[in-house]
Design a protein around this ligand. Structure first.
Ligand code: ADP
Length: 779
């Protein structure tokens, strides 16, 4: 299009130049009358100049040439030829040519300059337009950047190359406490002050490293931003250099955010994890998780302790390895059934199902198991919580045993009470009969004496029963103390034999005693040891048919002495040889077979023998084949000399003549004792309560007072204290007579001022001996 325009316009210029030439020729011809033949080119100069001005070099030269030709033909003489003979014309032509050429050249360069100027103007205009566009785009971009920065949730600060702040967004303003206006141009360090949360040391500003090294820098953890007003907030940030298109660093952009909330959540999360972990590690129960196939996934430290496996040894193994039989063998079938039917016997049941666990070393232990299910995504898992219940089982077993023992003891106690009632009632009938006899016998001295001695025997029996009872109870409470001394075993046995002989003789038994000489010395409480042999001898006498044979043999065996009491009696079944030593145990309880005992004698014997450092054993070939009781005691090897125990029996107690006051709320007890003592030559009075006793003592001035302890109005202790306060009461012998014979009872009566403590029923023989001793002391 432009080319067409150009060719048309240049064609126009050529046509215009020829037209100009034609116009110039015509004009010259018109000037003919004025100029004649002179200056034929005069108008043509103008035409050439016009053509060159209008069309440039080409049309100018065309007009020059066409003008020369037209001048030669139309204007110069001879006209209408092209011959130029006249010098004037030739010179004119040369001049015309030179001037025409020069003006063409001149116009041409003029045009060129004009064109260039035009061109330059156009270019300038284009440039201006382009710049305007760029500026507009830039402004748009800047606006976009500004709104972007403003809408970013993070704080953003930009700096120049020197680290001075060039911009910051609203979030940065609120986090740092600086306004953009205040911060502009400030060094980044002044606005963005950061320290390490724990060390409180200033942390290197990441922006400076980003500027220096040209890399993106993330902030170290645990950084705290100190705001303008000094508040601190934990932050998380990063900095990156800003580069031009050419890669040149021109500044830095710092992006940061407040992580207070995130840190709190992180802290809560890590606390929760730590809590769960410490539960896992410290719970007493073993916790095991398994997957759907029964493969162990995790194993806590308690499970390690329980099963003796390390976690890594069990994880990946089938849970079966931890099961004892029959659970181990049954597991696969049970598991397959659960997978198929979804039915479980143990799932979801609270802990308490008892199964057998199997340790690494193969040993097994009882445990409680609770299993629950949980899902991770689509997959099912199971948690087993196990608790070793060995101790509990043991305790249960102990408890069962205890309950059995208790019910056994309870049964024996019931039997014992029945026996006791029977044994106490037995002597009562003859005693009552004896009393009737004495009442009616009148002057029949022989009958009175017979019933008296019968009653005496019965009472002896009752006293023995009660003594045994008290002894066993004291032994059981650990309150019996042995008064040990070097004694001759011979003397001890003699005393026992002495006591038992009446019964042995009464039963018509033959009795053989075999004892070595010289006598053996033992470290023993002679009374208690005599009690042992007396019991054995009495049993032999009781549990043998009339006319049996009893042997008592003493034999030295090394550092021991062995005393055997053997009989030809009813014997003992093999299964009872040990249990007859238990309290209240009797081989045959049927009353008709009972031989007047409570089943505590042997128990007492065994305890006493053991207290002497010895052992006792029962032997028998069975019912009807006799029994043997073997007592083994350590010999006191050092002391071999005959001891005090060898002394002859003391002479019968002499008669005493003392003023004696007896105070007891049991009137019969008081009166009967007073009568006995009176018969022995003493002057006696009785009172039936403490108060009366003290008053009577003031009148009677006794030398000896026998006080019961538990009495109405004033008890024995109080009464004794009152007497001791009287001037005459200090020298009086005050004796406590009570059913309580324990060591602390004795101590209490001693503290109350009693001189002696006697246990009821008082044996008049013993009392007589004691009073005789007092009289001796008085003399
Ligand atoms: P008790 O004689 O009061 O019943 P013991 O404790 O002395 O109580 O004796 C317990 C039981 O041992 C007696 O009941 C009797 O069955 C049996 N026993 C004791 N000694 C003999 C013996 N020498 N021969 C046969 N049985 C005996």
């Amino acid at each position: 299009m432009t080319a067409t325009t150009t060719s048309r316009s240049s064609l126009t210029a050529y046509v215009v130049s020829l037209a100009a030439v034609a116009v110039a020729v015509v004009a010259r011809l018109l000037l003919e009358p004025l100029l004649a033949d002179h200056l034929p080119f005069i108008t043509l100069f103008l035409a050439v100049g016009f053509a060159a001005w209008y069309g440039g070099r080409g049309p100018g030269l065309l007009a020059l040439v066409a003008g020369a030709v037209a001048a030669a033909f139309f204007l110069m003489q001879p006209r209408y030829t092209f011959a130029i003979d006249q010098t004037e014309f030739q010179a004119g032509l040369v001049l015309y040519g030179v001037v025409g050429f020069a003006s063409t050249a001149m116009f041409e360069s003029l045009r060129k300059a004009q064109r260039q100027a035009e061109e330059q103007r156009r270019r300038l205009e284009q440039e201006v337009a382009a710049r305007r566009l760029t500026e507009q785009a830039f402004a748009e971009q800047a606006e976009r950047l500004r709104t972007t920065l403003a809408s970013i949730g993070d704080a953003v600060i930009t700096t120049d190359l020197a680290g001075c702040i060039t911009n910051m967004n609203a979030v940065a303003e609120s986090l740092t406490g600086w306004t953009t206006a205040e911060a502009m141009g400030q060094l980044l360090d002044a606005v963005f002050r950061i320290v390490n949360e724990t060390t409180r040391k200033t942390v290197e500003n990441p922006a400076f490293r980003a500027l220096k090294e040209g890399v993106i820098v993330g902030l170290a953890n645990h950084t705290v931003l100190i705001t303008k007003d000094g508040t601190e907030r934990p932050i998380d940030d990063s900095a990156a250099p800003i580069r031009t298109k050419e890669g040149e660093i021109v500044g830095c952009v710092l992006v940061f955010r407040d992580i207070t909330e995130r840190k709190q959540i992180e802290q809560q999360r890590s606390d929760a994890v730590a809590r769960t972990e410490s539960v896992w590690n410290n719970v007493i129960d073993g916790i095991i998780t398994i997957d759907e196939r029964g493969v162990v996934e995790s194993f806590n430290p308690s499970a390690e302790r329980l099963f003796g496996y390390q976690t890594e040894e069990v994880v990946g193994q089938n849970i079966k390895v931890l099961m004892g039989e029959p659970y181990h063998s049954e597991h696969d079938g049970y598991h397959a059934n659960y997978i198929r039917t979804g039915q479980s016997k143990i799932l979801g049941i609270s802990i308490g199902r008892e199964v057998e666990g199997r340790r690494k070393d193969g040993s097994t232990f009882p445990m409680d198991l609770g299993v629950s299910k949980f899902l991770l995504g689509e997959r099912r898992y199971f948690i087993g919580v196990v608790r070793d219940i060995t101790e509990r089982k043991r305790a249960e077993e102990r408890l069962r045993q205890l309950a059995a023992d208790l019910s056994n003891a309870d049964r024996r106690k019931d039997e014992f009470l029945a026996t006791l009632a029977h044994e106490l009632r037995n002597p009562l009938a003859p005693i009552r009969n004896g009393l009737h006899l004495m009442k009616w016998a009148g002057s029949d001295a022989e009958a009175v004496e017979r019933s008296r001695s019968m009653m005496e025997r019965q009472i002896e029996q009752m006293v023995r029963l009660v003594d045994d009872l008290m002894d066993i109870s004291r032994i059981n409470q650990g309150k019996i103390e042995l008064r040990k001394e070097h004694v001759s075993l011979g003397a001890v046995i003699a005393s026992a034999v002495e006591t038992s002989r009446p019964l042995i003789e009464e039963m018509g038994h033959e009795f053989t005693v075999v004892m070595p000489k010289p006598s053996i010395i033992v470290d023993a409480d002679s009374t208690r040891l005599a009690q042992v042999f007396m019991n054995l001898l009495n049993n032999s006498a009781k549990y043998s048919e009339r006319g049996g044979h009893i042997w008592l043999t003493v034999e030295r065996q090394g550092s021991d002495v062995v005393v055997s009491v053997r009989d030809t009696g009813i014997g003992i079944p093999a299964d009872k040889l040990t249990s007859i030593f238990d309290m209240f145990s009797q081989v045959d309880r049927s009353l008709e077979k009972s031989q007047g005992g409570l089943g505590i004698g042997l128990s007492l014997v065994k305890r006493l023998v053991e207290m002497h450092g010895g052992r006792i054993e029962a032997k028998s070939d069975g019912p009807g084949r006799g029994s043997e009781f073997v007592v083994r005691l350590p010999v006191d090897v050092e002391a071999s000399r005959p001891q005090a125990a060898d002394k002859q029996e003391e002479p019968a107690a002499p008669k005493s003549s003392l003023r004696i006051l007896i105070v007891d709320d049991n009137k019969d007890g008081a009166d009967s004792l007073a009568m006995v003592l009176k018969m022995m030559g003493n002057d006696t009075r009785t009172a039936y309560d403490g108060k009366e006793g003290v008053e009577l003592a003031g009148e009677f001035r006794p030398e000896v007072v026998l006080f019961d302890i538990g009495m109405p109005k004033l008890n024995g202790y109080e009464a004794c204290r009152l007497i001791r306060k009287q001037p005459w009461g200090r020298k009086v012998i005050v004796i406590a007579v009570t059913g309580w014979g324990q060591e602390d009872d004795r101590q209490r009566s001693h503290d109350a001022g009693f001189d002696h403590h006697m246990v009821k029923p008082v044996d008049p023989q013993v009392l007589m001996k004691m009073l005789a001793g007092l009289q001796v002391a008085k003399v």
